[in-house]
Ligand binder design. Structure first.
Ligand code: PLP
Ligand code: SF4
Length: 352
């Protein structure tokens, strides 16, 4: 499907031939009232409307299954709000903070872990005085070694605003690394132009871009070229992938994706177990299934291609590698998880 602009509603998806006309009257339209929809032209072009199991469609087209909220799901699955000392900052680990300057994205993923915070009705963009306060928070804490720009997708900001933000981080000596989490090189590859690349480097710090991609088909020639522009400019790239039922819950697909990252000088970093965001149960495998899948990668592909399979412990207790002795299966089929501070948690969490 080729479209000239971003599709933002069920009606537009129907017009573009990506959803059947009945969708406008069915659950998908209700989903559209509740959660943001956006597919860029690059993403729409990847969808095969004749394939009912298209892994790109599944990530981006609204599905009535999103209206089904399970007991263990929560609006703030990884406890961002509890660890937010000032607007836009999430400070969970001593040496690094998330800086969420924007809560919009070029596309909206149906499984988004921050789906209650992002989108046109989400938390919005930080006001200038809030951004000042967020930067002052970082500047006042010498233990902060790394600033992680996420959101939302920070690369929706204009090159001018990114440059301004990076120049302000440049002035903070104790910040040594700046990391961006983004889907832009895949979903809007033309946005990665020389001006934007220079803006990303304007802090003078070591700069990493973590690319979020979930299926090998996302790494089109245009996406690969966009990543090459970043890496050629001296920006290191790592990957993040969400393990998703019906998208990439297959060792062959994961192997192909991880190899595609490495071939493009993107070091596989995290494979995330999906968080307990509302209405995303149809994407989640069990932890035991996920483990079995990831274990198959070890013999199959190079060590360079191995991501770390990660669970963000519900409630904001931090991340834990699933294939480690911090995650133990108990007799009842549930898991006991030890966080980085030594606290113990059940997964799935008990209802409270
Ligand atoms: C995920 C996350 C990070 C980054 O964790 P890494 O393991 O360093 O990639 C930092 N802060 C918060 C609040 C996070 O949720
Ligand atoms: S790009 Fe990230 S923040 Fe934006 S909708 Fe997708 S998962 Fe959520």
């Amino acid at each position: 499907m080729t479209t000239a602009r971003t599709l933002r509603s069920v009606a537009e998806l129907v017009d573009a031939g990506l959803m059947p006309p009945e969708a406008q009257h069915a659950g998908a339209a209700k989903v559209g009232e509740r959660y943001a929809i956006a597919l860029t032209p690059a993403v729409a072009a990847l969808i095969d409307p004749d394939d009912p199991h298209d892994p790109i469609a599944r990530q981006f087209l609204p599905d009535p299954a999103e209206l089904l909220v399970r007991a263990e799901e929560r609006a703030d699955p990884i406890g961002d709000l509890a660890h937010s000392p000032v607007a836009g900052i999430v400070h969970r680990y001593p040496d690094r903070v998330l800086l969420k300057a924007v809560h919009v994205c070029p596309v909206y993923c149906r499984f988004c872990f921050r789906r209650e915070m992002v989108g046109p009705s989400g938390l919005g963009t930080l006001a200038p005085d809030e951004l000042d306060a967020a930067i002052a928070y970082v500047a006042a804490r010498p233990e902060i070694w790394e600033v992680i720009l996420t959101g939302g997708d920070p690369l929706v900001l204009s090159a001018r605003r990114l440059r301004d933000l990076m120049e302000r981080l440049a002035a903070i000596d104790h910040v040594k690394v700046v990391r961006f989490h983004t889907r832009v090189p895949v979903v809007e590859p033309d946005r990665i132009d020389a001006e934007l690349v220079e803006a990303l480097k304007a802090s003078g710090k070591t700069t990493y871009v973590a690319l979020h991609a979930n299926h090998p088909r996302e790494l089109t020639a245009q996406a690969r070229a966009a990543c090459a522009r970043l890496v050629d400019a001296g920006i290191a790239m790592i990957s993040q992938t969400v393990l998703l039922k019906g998208v990439n819950d297959d060792a062959g697909v994961l192997a192909e994706l991880m190899r595609a990252f490495v071939e493009n000088r993107i070091r596989p970093y995290y494979l995330h177990h999906p968080d307990l965001a509302p209405g995303t149960g149809h994407f989640r495998l069990g932890l035991a299934e996920g483990r079995a899948l990831v274990e198959q990668l070890r013999g199959r592909i190079s060590g360079l291609c191995q991501p770390t399979y990660i669970l963000d412990i519900p409630g904001g207790h931090g991340k834990v590698p699933v294939l480690s002795d911090a995650v133990r299966e108990s007799d009842d089929g549930c898991f006991r998880i030890r966080d980085f501070r030594g606290g113990e948690h059940s997964y799935p969490p008990r209802h409270d």
